[in-house]
Write a protein that binds this ligand. Structure first.
Ligand SMILES: CC(C)(COP(=O)(O)OP(=O)(O)OC[C@H]1O[C@@H](n2cnc3c(N)ncnc32)[C@H](O)[C@@H]1OP(=O)(O)O)[C@@H](O)C(=O)NCCC(=O)NCCS
Length: 187
């Protein structure tokens, strides 16, 4: 972990964090829409606030926020259905990237999925998304066997085990255990 990453605080979203989550969420949507410099509209903020509040109250959801130097700089949203975790949204504000914030959010999410009994996680990644190297790095640092992968309409769905690898029992690394950064490797 970098020194920067040590300054990052990641925690479960509380009611007091919902405005910050909504701001980050709208920022994420504007960036996805190719409008990173547009000022968020109050109407967008209030509708996303309601969405964040619904996820916050839903016990089947995981909602995390990251602060760095007292500023909200990222969030993670996921859900748990039975033994299956699902990553939905991950965003780090542009000025706070490459300082370990995204990695800390995902590590915290993986811990929570496991604590809540999930034994696998499913994630979707579009072929043109720039975050492939990020996920490659995550799974290199936190080896998790790839259970299945399928692609439909330019979206790649990958399921990974969350059961810790027992190298002694299994006689060594397994399929999907870490790939070099830069190689296509989704959630
Ligand atoms: C993807 C995202 C969450 C990464 O957050 P981050 O805080 O920058 O990630 P980290 O600092 O923890 O990165 C960890 C490692 O991942 C890799 N990585 C992250 N972003 C990368 C990039 N743009 N290009 C290449 N490698 C990258 C690097 O190996 C990095 O380590 P390094 O900085 O020591 O080289 C962030 O860029 C983001 O929010 N992007 C826009 C939204 C998005 O793409 N969401 C995810 C959808 S799948």
């Amino acid at each position: 972990m970098s020194e920067d990453a040590e300054d990052v605080v990641v925690r479960a979203v509380g009611e007091e964090d919902l405005h910050a989550v909504a701001r980050l969420w709208v920022e994420m949507r504007l960036e996805e829409a190719g409008l990173p410099d547009r000022k968020p509209r109050a109407s967008d903020l209030s509708s996303v606030y309601r969405l964040a509040a619904r996820r916050f109250r839903d016990p089947g959801r995981i909602l995390l926020i990251a602060y760095r130097g007292g500023q909200a700089v990222g969030f993670y949203s996921g859900r748990i259905r039975g033994p299956v975790g699902g990553g939905l949204d991950l965003y780090v504000t542009a000025g706070a990237r490459r300082r370990g914030v995204g990695g800390r959010l995902v590590e915290a999410a993986l811990t929570r999925y496991r604590e809540r009994g999930a034994d696998r996680i499913v994630g979707a990644l579009r072929a043109n998304q720039a975050c492939h190297p990020f996920w490659a790095r995550i799974w290199t640092a936190h080896p998790a066997p790839l259970l299945s992968a399928r692609e439909a309409a330019g979206v790649e769905w990958r399921t990974r085990s969350l059961v810790p690898i027992d190298a002694d029992r299994d006689g060594g690394p397994q399929m999907g255990q870490g790939q070099p950064a830069g190689q296509s490797n989704s959630k």
